[in-house]
Design a protein around this ligand. Structure first.
Ligand code: BDP
Length: 342
């Protein structure tokens, strides 16, 4: 409808028509506004952890800061405990725009964004501080750009500590101790290769299925950081925790490109600020929780062993690096990027 035409009527009939057209116009405008508000409001947030986990608290903090800083133009809800699906499904849903924000682990994300596989290479980071320096610098921006191409906007990086192997059979001190054991790994073939390179068998599986699989002996072990080993109760059914620390995986605060592109530049900036503040909080909470979880499982009687010399584990990873580079040649450059950060 031409708005000018509708308001230009001279006869009574025309005026009536104009009025009714205006009413329709007003109604349409209202609907449109309501529609666009509904799009900007009540974002659905995916989270795999229970509400008291550091990441969960920090992601809640991201949403409430986002609401404050955008004057209520962006509000949302975090759905904890993977109630919106496992991470693989959630990544697809984010690409489609039916999940608006999430805390994703970069490990399983490598199947969608092959460049992200670089952080899943075992022992790629020297330690957690090195991971922070790398991710908070130019490399993090480069990885964000690769993720954006797949529809996932990464705004800040969370911690997930170092992952180590645990199992129900024996302490692992050398790669030969892994032989014959079956480990659950996250969904990414790279992790299957990692376990096989140590002589073990691997079974990719959703996080939520691991406890039962350990309990019933479908797998002998898994690998994770202290907080998840504790929060999932895996320590009850796999009591040998060996300090391999083979993976230091960053996690992201991510927003769907579908909704991100519809935001004003000011709101995008506000979300960026909210995500960085949320990551600061997560890292502080993480450090506390990692120490508390470690103590809690030790108190519960798990068998913990340190590994004096990790070189044998690191050397065994050469074929994993080679296979990953062969599949995704850009990884060679990205490995150099990481290794050149002191
Ligand atoms: C936890 C990560 C989570 C992973 C989970 C897993 O925070 O993102 O999904 O491990 O092993 O440490 O699946």
């Amino acid at each position: 409808m031409d708005f000018n035409e509708a308001t230009r009527g001279t006869t009574t009939m025309n005026k009536v028509l104009s009025l009714s057209n205006l009413t329709t116009l007003a109604a349409t405008l209202c609907l449109c506004l309501a529609g666009s508000q509904a799009m900007a409001k009540d974002w659905r947030g995916w989270n795999i952890h229970p509400p008291t986990y550091p990441n969960s608290i920090a992601l809640e903090n991201f949403v409430s800061l986002a609401a404050q800083l955008t004057d209520g133009e962006v509000t949302g809800e975090v759905y904890h405990n993977a109630t919106l699906g496992n991470q693989a499904d959630a990544i697809s849903q984010m690409q489609l725009g039916s999940i608006d924000f999430a805390n994703f682990n970069l490990g399983p994300l490598g199947t969608t964004v092959p460049a992200a596989n670089v952080v899943s290479l075992p022992f790629i980071f020297k330690d957690i501080d090195h991971m922070h320096r790398v991710m908070d610098g130019e490399f993090g921006d480069k990885l964000s750009a690769a993720m954006a191409e797949e529809g996932i906007i990464s705004l800040a990086w969370y911690d997930s500590g170092a992952r180590s192997f645990y199992n129900s059979e024996r302490a692992i001190n050398t790669p030969s101790d892994v032989e014959g054991l079956k480990f659950r790994v996250m969904n990414n073939e790279l992790f299957v290769g990692m376990v096989e390179a140590l002589g073990g068998n691997a079974s990719p599986m959703a996080f939520s299925e691991v406890y039962q699989s350990l309990k019933t002996g479908v797998v002998d072990g898994a690998e994770n950081n202290w907080p998840s080993y504790e929060s999932t109760n895996h320590y009850e059914v796999a009591q040998f925790y060996s300090d391999t620390g083979h993976l230091i995986l960053p996690e992201c605060v991510c927003v769907s490109k579908q909704v991100w592109d519809g935001l004003s530049a000011v709101n995008q900036e506000s979300l960026q600020i909210a995500a960085r503040a949320s990551a600061d909080l997560q890292r502080r909470l993480w450090a506390q929780r990692a120490a508390a979880s470690r103590q809690a499982v030790l108190d519960a009687g798990i068998q913990f062993n340190t590994i004096a010399d990790k070189a044998a584990f690191q050397n065994a990873m050469a074929p994993v690096y080679a296979a990953a580079i062969e599949e995704t040649p850009v990884l060679e450059e990205l490995i150099n990027d990481i290794q050149s950060v002191e």
